[in-house]
Design a protein around this ligand. Sequence first.
Ligand SMILES: Nc1ncnc2c1ncn2[C@@H]1O[C@H](COP(=O)(O)OP(=O)(O)OP(=O)(O)O)[C@@H](O)[C@H]1O
Ligand SMILES: [Mg+2]
Length: 320
Amino acid sequence: MIRFRNVVKSYGPVRAVDGVDLGIDPGELCVLIGPSGCGKSTLLRTVNRMVEPDSGEVFVDGRPVRAHPPEGLRRRIGYVIQSVGLFPHMTVGDNVAVVPRLLGMDKTALSRRVGEMLELVGLAPSWSARWPRELSGGEAQRVGVARALAADPPILLMDEPFGSVDPLTRVRLQREFLAIQRRLHKTVLFVTHDVEEAIRLADRIAVMRSGRILRHAGPEEFVASDAESFVGEFLGLEYGVEILSRRSVREVLRPVGPEESGGEGPGDGAPAVRADASLKEALGLMAARKVECLAVHGTDGRRIGALRMEDVLGTWKACP
Ligand SMILES: Nc1ncnc2c1ncn2[C@@H]1O[C@H](COP(=O)(O)OP(=O)(O)OP(=O)(O)O)[C@@H](O)[C@H]1O
Ligand SMILES: [Mg+2]
């Protein structure tokens, strides 16, 4: 869907992008991560021609972006940035409607579309009449996402879209965005320097340094990264724990019954975790309560099995 072939972009002596080859499949969410100044935003902006490469080629749907007029490209590609960039002199509704209006959508359809998009990002239709200055940072970012999705573009470019909100709001926005993505299957290039955010969202992660992609792989494949290498050091030793946030207790619990009795089971009064909790949360609970075995409860509160530390640690064996 998006393909970079040996893309180079320099600013004077600085090679902001230094020969990038990268492919993003249709419906994939690729997270581009790396330290400040490594060229992430520059690379992202070559896709919608806000930046023209010095050499190399960027393809969208198999066609070089050079062959698309920039205006048309920008209407087909949603773009969300950290500072949101809502037009201050337009209401929320008009902001969301900008691209569909350019595409010639009529008034009734427009107003329906705005309502749908606001609902999608968790805002009531009445928000349409508000002004950008009346929004909190998190609300403005939701409107930014709604605006990017409004023309139903197959591709979304997101440059630290949740960068400027508090950590709790950020996690909520990430969850909401993931839920939207599971429904809409956009092809997404998502820039961040936050490793946890990358782990939560990515189908694949591309680690960038000094204009180059050092490694491009699924999040679980980075667990074995050499801690001494740049990639291992950048992702941090806690990566192995963070990645457990992608898996749920349900995946490794031993159900009540014969399988559960493969060792010392959790006694009565053992701490309990819900089956839909993440393995990271379960590990946190084990550490806090100094136990190696938890009771697992279903959503109705009934005990449905047990979770052992060894099974949590054993998840790596199942990783590709
Ligand atoms: N328009 C420009 N003119 C001159 N230099 C630029 C320009 N845009 C980017 N650069 C330089 O190119 C390099 C890469 O910048 P870029 O914005 O792509 O980094 P980044 O990875 O997005 O960083 P951050 O995480 O801080 O946003 C930096 O050294 C930056 O100073
Ligand atoms: Mg940037």
